[in-house]
Design a protein around this ligand. Sequence first.
Ligand SMILES: Nc1ncnc2c1ncn2[C@@H]1O[C@H](COP(=O)(O)OP(=O)(O)OP(=O)(O)O)[C@@H](O)[C@H]1O
Ligand SMILES: [Mg+2]
Length: 1024
Amino acid sequence: MAHHDEAGIGDFVLLDQINIDSFMENLQVRFNAGKIYTYIGEVCVSVNPYRTINIYGPDVVNQYKGREIFERPPHVFAIADAAYKAMKRRGQDTCIVISGESGSGKTEASKIIMRYIAAVTNVSQQAEIDRVKSVLIQSNSILEAFGNAKTNRNDNSSRFGKYMDINFDFKHDPVGGHISNYLLEKSRVVLQQPGERNFHAFYQLLYGAPDAELAKLRLVRDAGQYYYTSQGGNTRVDSISDRQDYKSVSAALRLLGFSSEKTDCIWRTIAAVLNLGNVEFDDNGETTTVSTPERLEAVGALLSVTPAELGKTLCHRVIAAGGEVMEKGHTGVQASYGRDAFAKAIYERLFTWIIQEVNSAIEVREESQRYRTKNTVIGVLDIYGFEIFNNNSFEQFCINYCNEKLQQLFIELVLRQEQEEYSREGIEWTNVDYFNNQIICDLVEQPHKGIIAIMDEACLNVGRITDEMLLEAMDKKLANHRHYSSRRLNPMDKELRHGEEFRIRHYAGDVSYNITGFLDKNKDMLYQDFKRLLYSSQNETLKSMWPEGAQHISKTTKRPLTAGTLFKNSMIALINNLASKQPHYVRCIKPNEEKSPVLFDRERVRHQVNYLGLIENVRVRRAGFAYRQSYDRFLRRYKMISQFTWPNFHGESDKEGVKILIKEQNFVDDVKYGKTKIFLRSPQTLFKLEQARGRLIPHIVIFLQKMWRGALCRMRYRKMLAARTILHAFRRYKLRHYIKQLNTLFRNVQRSPDFGRSVRWPPAPLVCRGAVGHLQAIHLRWWAFMVLSRIPADERPQMRLKVTAADALQGRRPEWGAGRRWQGNYLASVQENSNTAGYVQSLSQLRTKDRFQKIMFSALVRKFNRNNKMAERAVVVTDTNIYKLDAKKFKCLTSHPIADVTGVSVSPRSDQLAVIHLRGGNDLVVALVAAKAEDRVGELVGVVCRQYSASQGGELRVLVADRIQCMLGNKAKTLTVEIAPDAQFASYRKGATKDAIALVWPPHLGPPPASIANGVKNGNGRVH
Ligand SMILES: Nc1ncnc2c1ncn2[C@@H]1O[C@H](COP(=O)(O)OP(=O)(O)OP(=O)(O)O)[C@@H](O)[C@H]1O
Ligand SMILES: [Mg+2]
């Protein structure tokens, strides 16, 4: 640490000898070298430099950002960073307590800390967070304008206590804040000691506002003209530019969203107080009147009340007694007292209202809350410092009591608890003595016996109790207290005025308080009349500050708590709040009373070092440990560093695990093992542990991501499996359900005439859409089987033929003889053929020759040949050949094996033309001649196709067309059919062109029209 810092030693813990002299020596060496910050462990001692030092710029911020406290030279930035880091690391609320006497630099330190936090946050530059940050920072100038004043100790002395919470979101960016204020020294509004000033705001308005504004506010640019701003003497302060400050305050008000009405109301109220201070009274012994009516008028106008009402309220009061309401005139003294009380109350209300408004500008907004998983805050406490004036009153009493409480908190946390913890944990330890100021806190706050309780009791008393009587009561009750004295108790003490003063021996020094005004200030009374008056103001903002003015005069209210008790309660709440957070300390020291940057007043500093308990702090710290943690939490945080403890330590206890880890990392010399906690002596060890942890965290994160992704996938996979099982079950269910449905529908189809052909299949569920086709096919097949099984065996061959013919012609030709019994060998029948014997004989010769098995078809035909001649012939189709025979003796003219057939063409009408296409360029063009008018084309086509596929294994091409292309004598011809109702016989004639031939067909030779019904569906549709 010291090596960072060439001047002196950066941490008092490292001093060779710990005593006040070496401490002072080090502090002075550092102060002279401009090193104003020095540590005691993690406590920062800050000496007010009384000059601007260039150590707060962005480059310095960067040096401290995210660093450990011991890495860089001592700086208040490091404390801010430590608080911020602790909050980030442990999700813990932290606070920074800044203490020290008036003028020691607390307010400056708090502003530096806030600026630092603002500088290191919001890396993503969100607009809302930037707004919050600037509001937080800008609010300072407003609060200082209305709550700070020049005192003899400090040109910018805080005359109120301020505790500010800064709220952080889950990304650790500031999203809002809240300010609590404590006891404003309002007596300053009406009374200032020589050399002091009223609150800055008065002078800012007088010296900063434009002329027109001043005229409007009934003011002149001279603070000397106003009683409330001139008592202290010189109204100007060298170190302060009121004019400039007025501008910054106005800008800050605008930034915080104060409307122009509200801003206007603020300055009007300030102007009203100034004018009110110059209102004077005339007391003629009987009645009191306002002797400065123009002032009265100005105040009335500024407060938006009528001057008459205002005048009445200043000079009278209304009292309700026994159900009656009456007016009572004030004496001149009472009126002046009332006026001052009024001025103080107006100012105090204004101040509280301003803080409320600031709070609503920085309160955590809903939208940023939405994403907030945890509300973490850093609290910054900047409260008035311990002070001793020539004349100390009730306010100083409260302020000094507040400092006692803070010292007590410091003692509690840093000195007492720490030492107690060592002994509780069984760590070897030589106790360090320190002065415990609990006894002084008790002197002030103890119930029944404490000064506040005695004051309250006096206030409760009916009848006239004077301050003197209060002092007497205190003397009586506190006679034996070591830290209390008065002239009565100690007549030899000439410094204390008899019947007027008492002395408290504070931890920071003796302070004599003047009892005058204590009772009044404790009661903090304001006549109801004033509250009602301002509630009746036409100015809505002002009116809203006085809600209790709405109460009717006759209504009795509960006695309000006294100022002393209120202050005590707020202090207790504050201390509890601070104690619940992890504290960080800045201890401010004032080097001299002259505000000099070069003077190091050893006596003054020594005094502060003593009463702040800094030496004790060093002793405890030096002997103590920088860090402690319970074994389980320590192990959980650092277990990944050691292979023995990662991922889980399975030994006997966490303590054992911690010991193994520490040993492995070679930190044994720097630690002590307590009963439940481990103690690390130096922060470096903690830092090294943190570093090692930091190095491993990315791997662990990746590991966790990996595992989690795996887990997610497995989960998804299991879900998929489950879905599949459900899907299968559901499908099976749907299928079963469907099959059951079919079962019911088809149960009796065997007995139904159409074997279920007419049953409407219910719509199939998606799952069995595919299967339904098969089921329907199965049913169809079964149905066909059932239908066929009715057909006798000898008819089956014919059936097959018909099916073949149907395949070829159904839907293409209306009549193909399906309804007729097919005879096949027509020429064997005498009705058809007169020479059956010749036919049989001829065929038997052919059978022998060609070895065919069976005659499939035979008929007489009219044929057309290549010589354009028509002739009567017979056509015979056997299982092997097609023969053309002459029509008389049935001599074979041509014979073609079935294999030569290349196709069959027929016309789409009922004529009996059939062309059997043959290889060799000579097709067989015939018109079938029947004894009856019936269709035989279908039969011929069926027979030829069947024989062809039986012998050749394939389907024969069957053409159904009006114009039939054929080959005759190797020439292509076009055949058409001409229906000629008048003709007797079928004949051929040449067509219009050379290649055209027409069959002239008398319709009566074909099948009768009635039979044209055979399942024709439409045009060319083919039925299978
Ligand atoms: N770090 C600093 N750098 C420069 N000047 C400083 C610093 N700290 C304090 N000062 C000077 O000291 C003056 C008094 O400081 P400050 O107002 O912070 O005291 P305080 O402890 O808040 O006193 P009080 O208790 O009266 O409010 C400041 O106005 C400033 O001029
Ligand atoms: Mg201050």
